[in-house]
Design a protein around this ligand. Structure first.
Ligand code: LLP
Length: 432
């Protein structure tokens, strides 16, 4: 009935998440409010790591991409499942360190890491640094020498795959700011150099072709291309690349018409390709890492808002304004991303209207969506926007000096605050 499996309707006609009444969550914690369902986060992580076990004999690691949603509690949950983490800034690394995350299971990304970030990663024993470009390799070499360490690195490769997704979230093609190009020979030259570096250990290769991808074929193709490079390195440089990181990007259901492949099928199909390709190329099966972000966090989350103004503009549209907007969810403004919305206190009623849900920011483009089917919404109603667990809180801002909402986790009938709501004093805390 709803896009995410953890949503339902209770006897009061209210929307529930993980069995908890969303209207009572809004009353208790206020709105706007991010709500995350811990059980679904755990279930999604297990879908990936159990299929790694089943289809690739457990010779791999699932590294949750924390850019999708990061806070101390999320890091603790991922750690307790035994999974790894992908971090892309010193802030995400710091969150992991403070959560007590096992840092040897962390991969550090970024196309423009600073020396401070590299040093922080090395000093905190980050498991892999995914090197993006040659100047980073040189800077990391120097830092490793200075600190007497020998970090494990991977190279980020652009495999030249078109992932059929939004241009802003495509990353595998040659015209991308991320990684070393394959077609031009840049990647192979860099590998040649890294192999002879004394202070880093080139353990693996990495690729990430994009995000919100529904088709498994581009992932299979990326695996083939990457294994081809591993074979070339073995044959021409006599060097064994032992690890292959295939990134994230698995699509999820934002609307009922979306039909993503079950996450379990991804590793079933990709493992098959890896095994047959390795046999053909005469190389050993690499240790496989994957980095799902959205697919773990998005379906587990919703955002709750309170409706304020309603404006009916005859023959044009009806605006339903909520107490949040692009400051807590910039994805419609950025990508025209579509969402399912439900009036949480009328969840058992028909969605009888199509409306534009607008935010409260001083910006016409501040919309949660247009043409959204919705129950008749009036001032004081609670609106739930579904599948907002990824790239919402993590991309939120204080535009218009609006404090960020709280994040509440629900689990087994209980709710708890994981991130406090920002206060007005938080808004001015760094002002002099
Ligand atoms: N690994 C790497 C190297 C990545 O760059 C990303 C996402 C992931 C893993 C996780 O991808 P996922 O499984 O979440 O698709 N802000 C955009 C998404 C940007 C994704 C950036 N990289 C959005 O809201 O759609």
């Amino acid at each position: 009935m709803f896009v995410s499996e953890n949503l339902s309707v209770n006897e009061n006609g209210h929307l529930t998440i993980g069995g908890i009444d969303t209207v009572s969550l809004a009353e208790r914690y206020g709105t706007p409010l991010y709500v995350m369902d811990e059980q679904l986060i755990r279930k999604n992580l297990r879908r990936f790591h159990e299929s790694m076990q089943k289809y690739y004999d457990g010779k791999g690691l699932v590294c949750y991409a924390s850019k999708a949603f990061s806070c101390l509690e999320m890091c603790r949950i991922v750690a307790s499942e035994g999974d790894g983490l992908d971090a892309v800034s010193i802030g995400e690394l710091y969150t992991a360190v403070k959560a007590g995350f096992p840092m040897e299971k962390v991969g550090f990304h970024g196309n423009n890491k600073t020396d401070e970030e590299l040093r922080f990663a090395v000093e905190n024993g980050v498991g892999h640094i995914i090197v993006d470009n040659i100047s980073e390799l040189h800077r990391l070499e120097a830092i490793a020498k200075e600190t007497g360490t020998k970090p494990h690195i991977m190279f980020r490769i652009k495999p030249g795959i078109d992932a059929h997704t939004h241009d802003f979230v495509k990353t595998g093609q040659i015209d991308s700011k991320f990684g070393f190009a394959l077609e031009t020979g840049e990647a192979f030259e860099a590998v040649k150099e890294a192999v002879s570096c004394e202070n880093v250990n080139l353990a693996g290769l990495h690729c990430h072709i994009g995000s919100q991808i529904f088709d498994i074929a581009p992932f299979e193709e990326a695996a083939r291309v990457m294994l081809g490079l591993i074979a070339k390195i073995k044959n021409e440089l006599n060097y064994e690349i032992k690890e292959l990181n295939l990134g994230g990007g698995f699509g999820i259901k934002y609307l009922n018409e979306h039909d993503p492949v079950p996450f379990e099928n991804y590793l079933e199909r990709v493992s098959k390709v890896v095994k047959s390709e390795c046999a053909e190329l005469g190389i050993a099966h690499p240790f496989i890492l994957i980095e799902p972000g959205r697919s773990i966090a998005a379906p587990a989350g919703i955002t709750l808002y309170t409706v304020g103004a309603r404006k009916e503009i005859p023959n044009i549209r009806t605006y339903v304004s909520v107490d949040g907007g692009m400051c807590d969810n910039p994805r419609y403004a950025l990508y025209k991303s579509e969402y399912e919305a439900i009036v949480a206190n009328k969840a058992d009623e028909e969605r009888s209207e199509k409306v534009t849900i607008a935010g409260k920011c001083c910006e016409s483009g501040d919309l949660i969506g247009e043409n959204m089917p919705l129950q008749h919404a009036e001032s004081g109603d609670i609106i739930a926007v579904c599948a907002t667990g990824a790239y919402n809180y993590s991309m939120s801002s204080n535009y218009n000096r609006i404090p960020k909402p709280a994040v509440v986790f629900v689990n087994e009938g209980e709710s708890r605050i994981a991130v406090k709501r920002e206060t007005l004093d938080d808004i001015i805390r760094n002002d002099m």
